[in-house]
Design a protein around this ligand. Structure first.
Ligand code: PLP
Length: 392
């Protein structure tokens, strides 16, 4: 019997069913490839959902982590350790603001929780988010997530949260006022199907926040760490937010999140106001430092911009593809038909991992250091898979 099938049975008997039961048991990864328990090889163009920014088992991340765990694995936040300082300094440089101050946590939801708590310290209580957004699954982050289906079973959530249509500044302006503590937006809505707002949107949000005194929070959990060909996904608009939240790619595949505040408008946390036992753990920080060093030293952001254009150019002529949206290596392939879920299954069968965030979009989030050869393989296999769709 297939070990994948045997594992599915064991999974069902021991784990909660919140993810459904995944079809394959992965046991090995190297670069842009993973292998399942039956030995089948896959080209991984989802990258742990935009998380494995340098692929699997990257030698520099692996050695940084191994070295760190043999030296000092965990200290709590009662003590300093060099890796957290180094990483916070690196983030400060990348944000380009000496005023940037980082709080470390372990996930995107926690980073957004920290942002919510920080915004409460303004004395204001109201939050404005966007329709279709995704900010996490904890009660606070779910409260600011603009997807009714994810929220429905869990009321009451935080009150005083309103949602404006994404990309629509006019509606946003109507909802944000002097009682608004924060406005939170993604630079690209990843979970909603890689939805890109119109040019000028982030600059417009900045203006609305400046006019009302609301904090401008950018959830860069998915778009951050070079994913879009920029460090945090907002730079092309020439704006800076008051708060940036990060996770996914930050730890180079290890669990790590961050909430960074910057500028003079935000007051930072004071002793006792927030915390996290594992937040800023030395091993996760060592991995993040190694990943950032590699990206900087190898001009990976330029490669991401090039690779994103290469995929867009190559896919646009493929029958069945309506358009390709996104930036850098966070791309949504919009299909002419609503068969994205079927297509993602065909791809898996043919040894290609992608996912369908909704019924007509395939999301691509390969490692940032994906090679040209792997891009070519991807285009070939993906085109073959589309041909197999019943109503392409
Ligand atoms: C994935 C994601 C989150 C939640 O991150 P977790 O680590 O799963 O809690 C929040 N915001 C955005 C934009 C995300 O893509």
């Amino acid at each position: 019997m297939s070990r994948n099938i045997a594992a599915s049975e064991q999974w069902k008997d021991a784990l909660q069913d919140n993810y459904g039961t995944p079809g394959i048991l992965l046991t090995k990864g190297k670069g842009t490839f993973v292998w399942d328990a039956d030995g089948k090889k896959y080209l991984d163009f989802l990258g742990g959902i935009a998380t494995n920014i340098l692929g699997h088992a990257h030698p520099e991340i692996a050695s940084a982590v191994s070295e760190q765990i043999t030296r000092l694995g965990h200290v709590s936040n009662l003590y300093m350790h060099p890796q957290a300082i180094e990483l916070a300094q690196k983030l400060q440089d990348l944000v380009g603001e000496p005023s940037a101050r980082t709080f470390f946590c372990n996930s995107g939801a926690e980073a957004n929780e920290a942002a919510i708590k920080l915004s409460r310290l303004t004395g204001r209580k109201r939050i404005v988010s966007t329709e279709g957004s995704f900010h996490g699954r904890t009660v606070g982050s779910l409260s600011i997530t603009g997807q009714a289906s994810k929220r429905a079973a869990f009321y009451p959530l935080l009150s005083k949260v309103k949602f404006a249509p994404y990309g629509d500044l006019k509606s946003l302006r109507k909802l944000v006022n002097r009682k608004t503590a924060m406005v939170i937006v993604e630079a690209i809505q990843g979970e909603n199907g890689v939805v890109v707002p119109p040019d000028g949107y982030l600059a417009g949000v900045r203006e609305i926040c400046d006019a009302t005194g609301a904090l401008f929070v950018i959830d860069a959990v998915q778009t951050g760490m070079g994913r879009t060909g920029e460090w945090f996904g907002y730079e092309h608009e020439g704006v800076k937010p008051d708060v940036i939240t990060l996770a996914k790619g930050l730890g180079g595949g290890l669990p790590l999140g961050a909430m960074i505040s910057l500028g003079s408008k935000v007051r930072t946390f004071k002793p006792g106001e927030h915390g996290s036992t594992f937040g800023g753990n030395p091993i996760a920080c060592a991995a993040a430092n190694a990943a950032i060093d590699f990206i900087v030293e190898n001009d990976v952001l330029e490669h991401v911009q090039w690779a994103g254009k290469y995929i867009k150019e190559s896919l646009k002529t493929i029958p069945g593809v309506e358009s390709i949206r996104g930036r850098g290596l966070l791309l949504g392939v919009v299909l002419k038909s609503s068969q994205a879920v079927e297509l993602s299954k065909i791809c898996m069968h043919k040894g290609l991992l992608v996912n369908a965030p909704n019924k007509n979009v395939i999301r691509l989030a390969p490692p940032l250091n994906v090679t040209k050869k792997q891009l070519k393989t991807f285009i070939e296999v993906f085109a073959e898979c589309i041909k197999e769709l019943p109503h392409a």
